[in-house]
Every structure is written in structure tokens, then in C-alpha cells.
Design a protein around this ligand. Structure first.
Ligand code: ATP
Ligand code: MG
Length: 837
């Protein structure tokens, strides 16, 4: 049964093997970055399946992102001939969504409930505040949003939140009203997915016991970043009887690294690890000490850095990969120069050192930093991809199209209604909309329903819109998803609108791409493009099936077995052999359409921290988004005090230690090369900032770094420290202090050829290069490139905006532009592709 010779176990070290084959109940793997935690977790699933200890329906695995879940499924399919049907692998949100879909009626949700992403949630809150005449100066919508979300993360409903004063009373009332609004509209936000699923398990014994019996093995990656509610959810899944006692019906493997806990701001609780050990009766955490990812200079730097933190469980990491190159540190005169340097190095890595494009990542602390880097990459014609930025499902035109589609599914969806009621323009003004909102508020109706009772021309126009929606809905009946999407794009007027726009080409292409996305979605679900229904699992939940795993169905007997369980819950299966089935609600018998499933898919994609794996492109992302990933070469940009560590977190020790863990995560993403940079001057939020180099640079061991520019504050740069150094020690000095004696100079003779330190001359050259491909459509010469304050302009990424101010001249000319929901940006006109609207 232990199958010690299994090929799955070959190549694992003894500790990894022990973790993979562990049979003694619950287990915690506590280990540093790159030690194979994720690999152990995936291999364990394969091993459990292969040795017949569980069928795929008995597995629940939680990953941190949808991308990680997809990767895990792909890896599994390569390791064992297993169907992923019935296997629950996903993020907490994805899994909760799946559970709620199966039990919508018992948690009081409409079958077709829609998911609000953060942006939708914010606009729903703004709408709420307006409807109740609350001054947004006094209650900023964003603050209310984070209040509500953190309540939900702690499992608190409005009624559970303690009220201390008038202010907190108002917040709690608004929370309550928001809950009512969401219920009325049939929408849930991300926090709600988790909370409602938790309440379902807590309050419904039959459902709870069903899932407890089903999931024999529960596996959780990145456990250090679980919040309180997620922990409590896991307890319920893993066999808590409702009286706080664990019955041990399933065995749980949690893997994590306390040094990589970087989501405290979202309620993550490292304390969950200690609670897990205690409450789940973990005898002895398994430690993995061998790092398989990075060369030792990189690992030494990471170890020395994190040694500055006081709150640690303590771990050791070593590598046998050899020393590799020392880390390169570069000081640029400005953020533009920094970006220019990075792009030069990137080209060098690709052209001279043969690194693959997608194996190079540029990391930064704040999203706002990406713009300058993007401009440099665009000018240099280096393809790049942004993780966590504006991705496909988040683009304005796509969100408009999805809003129409949502209204087909659920006419009560007021958020979507408001988004498109006058888009494309149909002469429905703000006043009419407000009247409609008042009317709907009085009657407790949806906006769609309230339109019927509005008088006058405004009423006629609104009814025209509602009629259009109803007509599209009728026409969509029985059509395949792809055709529904095309139909909506045409008949809503969206395609015509963008076709008529001067710069609408990209948007038209994106909309057309949505039709492809719909088709791909259906194909991926295992049915042809003309399918009008989705396959189900034994709970009547749509199956996510990876193309790689089709054909083999190891768990067929298991499905029969649990279909019995599901029947006990009152599930109605609409499945007949050989015929695609609809998703059927366990209680009401309602079906979920392919469109409904696609809309859910779109919401979850847009809410993910990471986009689809980028092929053949440099990867840009925040450090947060880089968790769990690895790249051959990594750049960490903007290492300045105030930026990284971020000024929000610099005032207290906890905040600073979280920033340091973030830096630890960043460093440990690199396999072979690591580049660190900072700029003397940086444009942020429209202002020049001059920040000293990050303290984290000071915390790196001398032997493992090489300064390409004279180190600031150094007393006399000399030597060439670190170069050609042999393998360094496993673990840098325990206190991580760096000796002030040896400084590396602005050396030339590196084994990484061809990089002279760049100063202002380089910046000029870079700016010249950057300004070369000025788009021809920019009218007028002049200093401000034909742009004047007050004008409306269009930017290919941020959309329409209004020019607030201009500054600088010639190549330095910048425009401050308000892009509405994208915020106010300061754009360098030689780079930004602005057009006057
Ligand atoms: P992180 O903390 O960053 O999430 P991790 O502990 O999850 O890291 P993995 O991503 O699982 O680490 O593994 C890091 C790298 O090391 C991967 O490329 C993995 O394939 C490789 N690796 C892990 N174990 C071994 C092994 N025994 N032999 C060879 N390579 C291994
Ligand atoms: Mg991992």
C-alpha cells in the first residue's frame, strides 16, 4: 500500500517523501521558499489516487490563485491517468462558489446569482450611499468597502458587529443596507462567497456531514495566508461536529511558510499555523530544508534579509545549486532611467544569455510603478504581460458587454442595469436615472421593474431600453452561448458604438475576442461549441474538465456512490447517459445555463490576482501577485524607502516585518539572476519624490551583491566584492548585519558583460529613444504636443479622461489627466499615446 517504489516518489528527498506518504492524520509542512511545498502537495494527491487510498471525488485542494489551481490540475494529469471530474481543486472563493451554486436555495440565493468584483462592489456601495443621502465626504465609499470586507473576513454579519458610537452605528447600518441591496439584486461579493458558504456548513448539518464524508483528504497550499474565516471553514470541512470538536473524518495537509505571510492587510493570520498544530493534533511539523529553486547567492541574500525579522518560527534553507552570479544593484537617476536600464538588461538576458522571455519577471511593490516600465518596454518593442493589471475581463468594453449578458440572465441586477442603461448613449440622462432609482427605492423593486411605472419621455426611453433587453432575452432562448454573445454585441449597439469611435479598433477586437472566449469556455467544459448545456458532477454542479484528462475516468464507481449521498440531500440530477445535462438546483430544480456559468467564470477570472500564464512575454507584476511563482531572472524595481518598504507600513514593527517578508518573497522568486534597482527621483501621483535607497538593500550580505553604481553613503567605493566568490555559506550571519568595510564599486569587469553604470547621459539617450515612436496622430507641435488643459483625451489603456494640468516642456512635457475610475495620472506626452477626443 505504501508503494515505496512508486515512480512518483523518485527524485524526492526523504522529508518530501515522508510528507507525500504521510498517513498519521493531519500534517503541517512548514518550510521556506522553493523547498518543494507545492510540489509535495501535488505529488501527494497523485500518490493518494495512485495507491487507491482515495478516489478523485474525495480530494479537496485549496490553492492561492486560479492559475495555481490550473497548474496543479495540469501537473496531476501528467502524473496519474486521472479524470479531474469531481475533484475540487481551486481557490477558497472558487470552491465556495461551487458549493453555493449547488445549494443556492438553502442559502437564500437565486440560482443565477452574480459575483461582484471589487470594482462592482465599490459602485454598488456608491449607489447605496447616494440612495440614502449619505455624504461621501463623511463616509468614503472605499472605507466602507474595506470595513464591510474585513467584517466578512472575520465572519461577522452586520448584527454581530459591536456598536460603540454614532459613527460605528452608521457604518453598521450601511453594512446592513448593503446586505439587503445585494440580496434584492441577487449578487454576492467575494467576501460573501466565503461567509455564506461557511454559514451553510455551520448551520446545515446534512450538508456539513455530506461534505465531511465526501472529502477524505483536504490539502491547503500557502496556508500562512489564510484568514480566520477560511480557517473556520476548513475546520467544518475537516470534520468539526458543530460543537467545536474535530472528529477527524478527513486528513488535512497544510503547507506554508511563515516568512511568506504577506496578506495581513486582508486579514491573513499566521496564528492559524499554531492553531492548526494544536487543534488538528499535529504531532510534529515536517520541515523541508533543501531549496531546489535558487543559486546560493540569491538564497543567502534572502536568508540574511529575513533574519532581520524578530517574529519568526525559524527555518533553515540550503541549496546545492552552486553560487551563481551575485545580485546586481543599480542606482538610477530617475524612474525613467531605471526602466531604461531594466529594459537594456532584459534584452541582454535574452539576446546574449539566451534566457526565454517568459522566464524574466519584473516585480514592483505598487501597481502605479508599472506605467513607466511599460512605456520603456513598449518603446523597446519587448512584449510584456501584466499580471493583476487591466486584464481582458476587466476592460471597460468587456465589462459593458458582460453587463448586458448579466441582464439577460438576471434582469434584477441593478449594478449591470446602471452600467449600460445609457451606454451606448440613448438619451437617458442622470436625472431620469435618479428618478428611476427613487421610484425603485420606494417600491422595493429592481430598476428593471420600476421602469414600467415611470411617466413622461424619460419613462418612454427607459422602457425602450428594457424592451431591448427583453427582446434580446427572447431571441437568445435556446441559442448556443457563442451566438448569444454575438447577438448581444450587435443588438446592444456596443459594436456599432466602438466601430464609430476613432480609437475603437482595439475595443472592437476585444469584443470580438469575447465571442471566442465564450466558445473556448464551452469547449473547455468538454462539449462542442453548439452545446447548450454543461456536464454535471454528482451534486449537479458543472464540471470543470481539463482537456488533458478527458477519456479516463478512474472515479466512476465513486460518483455512483456519492450520487446516493446527493440524492439524500434532495438533489435532482438532470443527467441522462450520453446526453449533456443541465445544472440543476438541489431544491428548486432550476437549471443553470451555459451563459450563467460563463458569467461566473468571467467574474472569477477578473477577480484573480493573476492572469493566464503568459507565453513568450516578459512578466510584470506586483510582488504580492508573484507568490508561489518562479522565474530564471527577476528584477525588483523601486527599492526606495517609502516605496519598498511602503510608507504606510514603515511606522510600526509589524508593518515593517510584513514588508520584509514581501521582499523575501520577491527575492526567492529568482532561480538564476536577480537584479535590484532604485531611483534617486521618481514621479509618483504627479509629484517628484526623492527617496533614499531601501533599507533592505543594506540588509543583504556583502558577498552576495554587486553594486553597479557607487553605493550611496559609502565611504570610498573600492574593490569588486562578491565577484567570482565561491559557494557561500548556507545561512548568512544570524543577525544579518553587514560589515561596513567592504563596498563594491562601480565595477566594469563583471562576468555579465557590457553594462556600464548609466548616469544622466544615459537618461537623455533613453528619453530620446523613448520619444522616437511618437504616434503620428498627435496633432500640433508645440510644447504640450497639442494637448491643452481642460480637454478630453483618450488613452489606449485608461480610456477617456480630462486633462487637469500640463507641466514641463519638450520631451519633458507631462499632462495630468483624470481618468475617472483609473484615477489621476501624470503622463509623459512623448510616451503616452494620447489623442484629443
Ligand atoms: P514557494 O514557497 O515559493 O511557494 P515551494 O516550497 O512551493 O515554494 P515549489 O514551487 O514546490 O516550492 O518548488 C520549487 C522548485 O523546486 C520547483 O521548480 C520544483 O519543481 C523544484 N523541486 C522541488 N522538489 C524537488 C526535488 N526533490 N528535486 C528537484 N526539484 C525539486
Ligand atoms: Mg509553493
Amino acid at each position: 500500500r505504501t508503494n515505496a517504489d512508486s515512480p512518483l516518489l523518485q527524485g524526492l528527498n526523504p522529508e518530501q517523501r515522508a510528507a507525500v506518504t504521510f498517513t498519521g492524520g493531519n500534517v503541517l509542512v512548514l518550510a521556506g521558499a522553493g523547498s518543494g511545498k507545492t510540489r509535495v502537495l501535488t505529488t501527494r494527491i497523485a500518490w493518494l489516487l495512485q495507491t487507491g487510498q482515495v478516489s478523485s471525488g474525495g480530494i479537496l485542494a485549496v490553492t492561492f490563485t486560479n492559475k495555481a489551481a490550473r497548474e496543479m490540475v495540469t501537473r496531476l494529469a501528467a502524473m496519474v491517468p486521472v479524470s479531474v471530474r469531481g475533484m475540487w481543486i481551486g481557490t477558497f472563493h472558487g470552491l465556495c462558489n461551487r458549493m453555493l451554486r449547488a445549494h443556492a436555495a438553502s442559502v437564500g440565493l437565486p440560482r443565477q446569482f452574480q459575483i461582484l468584483d471589487m470594482q462592482d462592489q465599490l459602485s454598488a456601495l456608491k449607489r447605496l450611499l447616494k440612495a440614502h443621502n449619505v455624504d461621501t465626504e463623511l463616509v468614503p465609499p472605499k472605507k466602507l468597502q474595506s470595513f464591510i470586507n474585513s467584517c466578512k473576513e472575520e465572519g461577522l454579519r452586520a448584527g454581530d458587529v459591536p456598536v460603540r458610537d454614532a459613527e460605528s452605528r452608521q457604518r453598521v447600518e450601511l453594512y446592513q443596507l448593503y446586505e439587503q441591496q445585494c440580496m434584492r439584486e441577487g449578487v454576492v461579493d467575494f467576501g460573501e462567497l466565503m461567509l455564506r458558504s461557511y454559514e451553510l456548513l455551520r448551520d446545515n448539518a446534512a450538508v456539513r456531514q455530506h461534505y465531511q464524508q465526501r472529502f477524505r483528504h483536504v490539502l491547503v497550499d500557502e496556508f500562512q495566508d489564510t484568514n480566520r474565516l477560511q480557517y473556520l471553514w476548513l475546520r467544518l470541512i475537516a470534520g468539526e461536529a458543530g460543537n467545536g470538536r474535530l472528529q477527524g473524518t478527513s486528513s488535512v495537509m497544510a503547507v506554508g511558510d511563515d516568512d511568506q505571510s504577506i496578506y495581513a492587510f486582508r486579514g491573513a493570520r499566521v496564528g492559524n499555523m499554531a492553531d492548526f498544530v494544536r487543534e488538528f493534533g499535529v504531532a510534529q511539523p515536517i520541515k523541508l530544508e533543501q531549496n531546489y529553486r535558487s543559486y546560493s547567492h540569491i538564497l543567502d541574500a534572502a536568508n540574511a534579509l529575513i533574519a532581520h525579522n524578530s517574529q519568526r518560527l525559524g527555518k533553515t534553507l540550503r541549496t546545492e545549486q552552486g553560487a551563481g552570479e551575485p545580485l546586481r544593484i543599480y542606482e538610477a537617476p530617475s524612474d525613467f532611467a531605471e526602466a531604461g536600464w531594466i529594459v537594456d538588461e532584459v534584452r541582454q538576458l535574452m539576446q546574449v544569455d539566451g534566457f526565454a522571455r517568459q522566464e524574466i519577471a519584473i516585480l514592483y511593490r505598487s501597481n502605479a510603478q508599472s506605467r513607466v516600465l511599460e512605456s520603456a518596454l513598449i518603446s523597446a518593442k519587448v512584449p510584456y504581460r501584466i499580471y493583476g493589471g487591466l486584464r481582458f475581463f476587466e476592460r471597460a468594453e468587456i465589462k459593458h458587454a458582460l453587463a448586458y449578458l448579466r441582464l439577460l440572465e438576471n434582469p434584477q441586477d441593478d449594478t449591470s442595469f446602471l452600467r449600460v442603461v445609457n451606454f451606448p448613449a440613448r438619451g437617458i440622462g442622470q436625472r431620469s436615472i435618479e428618478t428611476l432609482q427613487d421610484e425603485a427605492g420606494r417600491g422595493g423593486q429592481s430598476l428593471h421593474a420600476a421602469s414600467a411605472s415611470l411617466a413622461g419621455r424619460a419613462g418612454d426611453k427607459l422602457r425602450g431600453f428594457v424592451d431591448l433587453l427583453d427582446a434580446m432575452r427572447r431571441e437568445a432562448q435556446g441559442k448556443p452561448l457563442r451566438e448569444i454573445v454575438s447577438l448581444v454585441l450587435e443588438e446592444s449597439g456596443l459594436l456599432d458604438h466602438y466601430r464609430g469611435e476613432k480609437d475603437g479598433v482595439d475595443r472592437v477586437e476585444n469584443l470580438e475576442e469575447l465571442v471566442n472566449a465564450a466558445e473556448a469556455f464551452i469547449a473547455q467544459e468538454g462539449y462542442g461549441a453548439d452545446a447548450t448545456a454543461l456536464p454535471l458532477d454528482e451534486h449537479g454542479v458543472p464540471l470543470v474538465q481539463s482537456p488533458a484528462s478527458q477519456g479516463v475516468d478512474l472515479d466512476a464507481p465513486f460518483i455512483e456512490e456519492s450520487a446516493g449521498d446527493a440524492a439524500a440531500l434532495g438533489a435532482v440530477l438532470g443527467e441522462r447517459p450520453g446526453e449533456p445535462a443541465f445544472l440543476v438546483d438541489a431544491e428548486t430544480g432550476e437549471t443553470l445555463s451555459p451563459l450563467g456559468a460563463f458569467l461566473t467564470h468571467a467574474s472569477l477570472e477578473a477577480g484573480d490576482n493573476q492572469a493566464q500564464a503568459g507565453q513568450e512575454a516578459i512578466q510584470l507584476m506586483t510582488v504580492h501577485a508573484s507568490k508561489g511563482l518562479e522565474f530564471d531572472a527577476v528584477f525588483i524595481a523601486g527599492l526606495e524607502e517609502g516605496l519598498f518598504p511602503h510608507y504606510n507600513s514603515m511606522s510600526d514593527r509589524d508593518g515593517l516585518e510584513e514588508e520584509r517578508r514581501l521582499m523575501y518573497v520577491a527575492i526567492t522568486r529568482a532561480r538564476k539572476r536577480l537584479y535590484l534597482s532604485h531611483a534617486q527621483e521618481r514621479m509618483l501621483n504627479g509629484q517628484s519624490q526623492y527617496n533614499p535607497p531601501s533599507r533592505f538593500l543594506e540588509e543583504l550580505p556583502e558577498e552576495s551583491v554587486r553594486w553597479l553604481t557607487p553605493r550611496r553613503g559609502a565611504k570610498g567605493a573600492d574593490g569588486d566584492a562578491g565577484l567570482g566568490a565561491g559557494p557561500s555559506s548556507f545561512w548568512s550571519s544570524a543577525d544579518g548585519s553587514s560589515s561596513p568595510g567592504r563596498r563594491s564599486g562601480a565595477g566594469g569587469s563583471s562576468s555579465w558583460q557590457g553594462h556600464q553604470p548609466r548616469q544622466s547621459a544615459d537618461e537623455r539617450a533613453w528619453r530620446e529613444a523613448a520619444s522616437a515612436p511618437v504616434p503620428a496622430r498627435r496633432q500640433g507641435a508645440g510644447d504640450a504636443h497639442g494637448i491643452r488643459a481642460g480637454q478630453k483625451v483618450f488613452h489606449p489603456k485608461f480610456g477617456e479622461g480630462q486633462v487637469l494640468a500640463l507641466e514641463g516642456a519638450g520631451d519633458d512635457a507631462k499632462a495630468k489627466v483624470n481618468f475617472g475610475r483609473h484615477g489621476t495620472k501624470l503622463l509623459l506626452l512623448t510616451v503616452a499615446k494620447l489623442t484629443v477626443v
